[in-house]
Design a protein around this ligand. Structure first.
Ligand SMILES: O=C(O)CCC(=O)C(=O)O
Ligand SMILES: [Fe+2]
Length: 238
């Protein structure tokens, strides 16, 4: 495997300007397939991305549930602002995070910091959300990292989620509540190859297989946005 392919979240301190520019240039959603919605299996679309497996489920939660989950999650006591240490520089993240895991020893290392389990007691709303997506995906998750972008000034820079500590080629499922935000995917070898989707309230995007190896992703700044978005990124840690 090429070293270049093994990039990690340490790249997230890159300038956001490129990514913002990318947001304007990226082709809107390209879909290669769409399944039919049913009670147990909601509709999803697969993005046309070489060497990646990315699927988008537009609304798996009702509007009413979305509102109540957003306010439950926003009132959690565990939110904090991570500080990244890269090459001797420290820099506070432009978002808040917190994490929950099945055992206290679960740690997700990234970008000179680590997401340690804040609690093994999952708040009831997170349990319900997790059960729902586990049944849709027929998969189990043992760790969830939450991101709270309080306005369009908050963002996550381009990165791929480190395979270290994650089940190789496992699933990362990101569930969104609140104001819609754009996610941009950029191919690592053909940097002009971009894809973007709007992550709507109550939606889920999943990345699996070789996605992290060949693509980066980012939630760029969108300065006009005044409202918040909370994402729950469910992960499979080893
Ligand atoms: O907010 C999101 O949906 C994505 C966050 C993300 O990429 C991450 O936590 O690694
Ligand atoms: Fe990520």
């Amino acid at each position: 495997m090429k070293r270049k392919a093994q990039t990690s979240q340490s790249e997230q301190l890159e300038s956001t300007e490129d990514t913002n520019d990318a947001r304007k240039k990226a082709k809107p959603l390209n879909t290669s397939s769409c399944n039919k919605s049913s009670e147990t299996e909601p509709a999803f679309i697969e993005l046309e991305m070489p060497q990646a497996q990315v699927y988008y489920y537009s609304s798996i939660f009702s509007l009413q549930d979305c509102e109540s989950y957003y306010s439950d999650l926003a009132s959690l006591s565990q939110w904090s602002r991570p500080v990244f240490k890269v090459h001797g520089h420290t820099s506070p993240a432009h978002r808040l995070t917190c994490s929950f895991g099945s055992t206290p020893d679960k740690v997700y290392n990234y970008s000179g910091t680590s997401a340690k389990v804040d609690s093994i007691d999952y708040p009831p709303s997170i349990k319900i959300i997790q059960e729902k997506i586990e049944s849709i995906l027929n998969a189990k998750f043992n760790f969830v990292l939450l991101n709270w972008y309080q306005s369009g000034n908050d963002y996550i820079g381009e990165h791929s989620d480190s395979e270290k500590g994650l089940v190789p080629q496992g699933i990362i499922a990101s569930v969104s509540f609140g104001i819609p935000r754009t996610i941009i995917f950029r191919n690592k070898s053909d940097k002009k190859l971009l894809r973007k989707i709007i992550l709507e309230n109550g939606s889920m995007v999943i990345m699996k297989g070789t996605t992290q190896r060949f693509w980066k992703h980012a939630i760029p700044k969108e300065k006009k946005i005044k409202d918040g978005r909370i994402s729950l990124t469910f992960r499979q840690l080893q």
